[in-house]
Design a protein around this ligand. Structure first.
Ligand code: 5GP
Length: 107
């Protein structure tokens, strides 16, 4: 399997501004932010995209959403956008499942 840039961020081979980590997820700042706070939540268990989920990985999107919700609450962020890009035609550049978290409040 090809190692994506997000595999390398997860293994700390490539540096990133990590904002949250636990046993299941890593959240770090997007290198090209489109809002004052723009984070990417990735699962530690690999899936390439929403379109490529299998019975073993179909829990991941919901888990990422709940992690983002808890993170927002912990930072006092009451409004935000959550987005999955699905496939190249859907604007997905990195073939590693990730949830965009965008908020106007800067943290
Ligand atoms: P996609 O378009 O695949 O949904 O989103 C990928 C995101 O990853 C883009 O918003 C892009 O700015 C971000 N990104 C790409 N390479 C890197 C990197 O090396 N470090 C960080 N922190 N973000 C990256």
């Amino acid at each position: 399997m090809e190692q994506t840039i997000f595999h390398k961020i997860l293994s700390r081979e490539v540096p990133a501004a990590v904002m949250y980590e636990d046993d299941e997820v890593l959240a770090f700042k997007d290198i090209h932010p489109k809002a004052p706070t723009h984070l990417l939540f990735i699962p530690k268990r690999f899936a390439a995209s929403i379109a490529e989920l299998t019975p073993d990985t179909e829990d991941l999107p919901g888990m990422l959403i709940l992690k983002a919700k808890a993170f927002a609450a912990s930072k006092g962020i009451i409004g935000y956008k959550l987005t999955f890009h699905v496939g190249k035609e859907g604007g997905q550049e990195v073939p590693y499942l990730h949830l965009h978290f965008l908020a106007q409040k800067e943290i």
